[in-house]
Design a protein around this ligand. Structure first.
Ligand code: PEP
Ligand code: CO
Length: 441
């Protein structure tokens, strides 16, 4: 394979910032190249094995986190709450689906965002678009918006702090996770399914206590929870600098994350992102939306997984509740006819974004649930298997998505709308979604 971590540079790289100071960029990339990695190749291999099992229907993948992390949000409370909601959701899914669940956080590196235009104009002033904290800052001033390569190093530092804290919490037990009496369940009473939800949460608590009695120890001591990270591999300078060889193993690993993915905007077969992704040993994901053609998708399968390895290629479909029925069946069919082995995940968020009259971006809980329900049905009807979900969520009490048991309305959104980018499920909505999924037939 004629590939090198820098070979993407000979292709067209869309969605990259224009750094005004090439020497400063080169210095930052050089510095980044020498810093310790954030994850290890063993962990990457472990995740690939998990994905292979999920592909075979023996596991379910729960991937979730913010649309974009921000440097300011590298705070212990926020990290703890996000981890907590993901772990609680995973317990609900383990219980309801009766399968093992692999948890993949969308964090510790989710600092770069694709944008529809390179520039933004306000009142006659044109500045570079905000591309995420790894690139520039969001206030509309020239100083904030100019892409600053030192932010690559800051992103690495904050990712390292995040992952370090998550590892510490998990290794230390984070005990209240295992005890649903500490879960925040006041919202449940607002749901018509209150009794059913309470019964499930009680049953989870009972199973955990039973296992603890059996083992004579607290659960976390005999069940160290695996946790993996992921982010969109958008800013290729950052990814390149952390792509490493390791002793006694062939190949190159992206050691900034276990699971990088690319969006459709960067999934051009001849483009730089596909070139970069084809050469790394990590599992890689590609988002697929309604405009993907069968040829394009099959080209991605051939290019990104030429050896047809299990657990290597993840297709994350994000069609929207209204379109999934029109598009997913043909894609599943095409991939299967060619014998490609892939893990299918459903992202029920990005096809269901709508902009309200006042310009606020939101998503309806019911659309999200409806796309997910359809995804399970379509895979089953096609003889395929939905191996997991990809969600935008937070552990905080934000008001960004409509609906859920508390029936958040448009006028509620202003109370706590904090996302700079896409609207996220809040703590309650995320847990409610897990309870709904757990109850699907
Ligand atoms: C995202 O995951 O935040 C995103 C931009 O998604 P997509 O590429 O699917 O639109
Ligand atoms: Co998003």
């Amino acid at each position: 394979m004629n590939w090198h971590p820098e070979s993407w540079q000979s292709r067209t790289a869309v969605q990259q910032p224009n750094y005004p100071d090439a020497a400063a960029l080169a210095r930052a990339v050089d510095d980044l190249r020498l810093l310790p990695p954030l994850v290890t190749s063993w962990e990457v291999e472990a995740l690939r094995a998990h994905f292979a099992q999920a592909q075979a229907g023996q596991r379910f993948v729960l991937q979730g986190g913010d649309c974009a992390e921000s440097f300011d949000d590298c705070r212990p409370e926020l990290i703890t709450n996000r981890l907590k909601v993901l772990l609680q959701m995973s317990l609900v899914l383990v219980h309801g689906m009766k399968t093992r669940v692999t948890r993949v956080g969308r964090f510790a590196g989710q600092y770069a965002k694709p944008r529809s235009a390179d520039d933004e104009t306000r009142d006659g002033v044109t500045l570079p678009a905000y591309r995420g904290d790894m690139v520039n800052a969001s206030p509309f001033t020239a100083a904030d918006r100019v892409p600053d390569p030192r932010r690559l190093l800051e992103a690495h530092t904050r990712s390292a702090m995040t992952i370090n804290f998550v590892r510490g919490l998990i290794d230390g037990g984070f005990a209240d996770l295992h005890h649903p009496e500490y879960w925040d369940l006041a919202w449940v009473q607002h749901s018509p399914l209150a009794a059913e939800y309470q019964a499930r949460v009680d049953a989870i608590g009972e199973s955990l206590r039973f296992m603890e009695r059996l083992a004579g120890t607290e659960l976390h001591e005999f069940n160290r929870i695996d946790f993996f990270t992921s982010h969109e591999a958008l800013l290729l300078w950052y990814e390149q600098a952390q792509t490493r060889q390791v002793p006694r193993k062939p190949g190159w690993y992206n050691l900034s994350t276990h699971f990088p993915w690319i969006g459709m905007r960067t999934a051009d077969l001849d483009g730089a992102h596909v070139e970069y992704c084809r050469g790394i040993a990590n599992p890689v994901g590609v988002k697929v939306g309604p405009s993907i053609t069968e040829d394009w998708l099959l080209g991605l399968c051939r290019t990104l997984n030429p050896d047809n390895q299990a657990g290597r290629l993840v297709l994350i479909h994000r069609m929207g509740a209204e379109k999934i029925g029109d598009h997913l069946p043909r894609l599943i069919d095409g991939v299967r006819r060619k014998g490609h082995r892939v893990l299918w995940l459903c992202d029920p968020m990005h096809g269901n974004t709508r902009t309200l009259g006042n310009g606020v971006k939101t998503r309806r809980f019911d659309d999200i649930l409806s796309e997910l329900t359809a995804a399970f049905d379509i895979h089953r009807a096609s003889g395929s298997h939905l191996g997991g979900v990809h969600l935008e969520l937070t552990g905080e009490d934000v008001t960004e998505c409509l609906g859920g048991a508390r029936e958040l309305l448009e006028q509620d959104l202003q109370r706590a709308y904090r996302s700079q980018v896409d609207p996220r499920l809040n703590y309650e909505q995320a847990l409610e979604l897990a309870l709904k999924l757990a109850a699907l037939p």
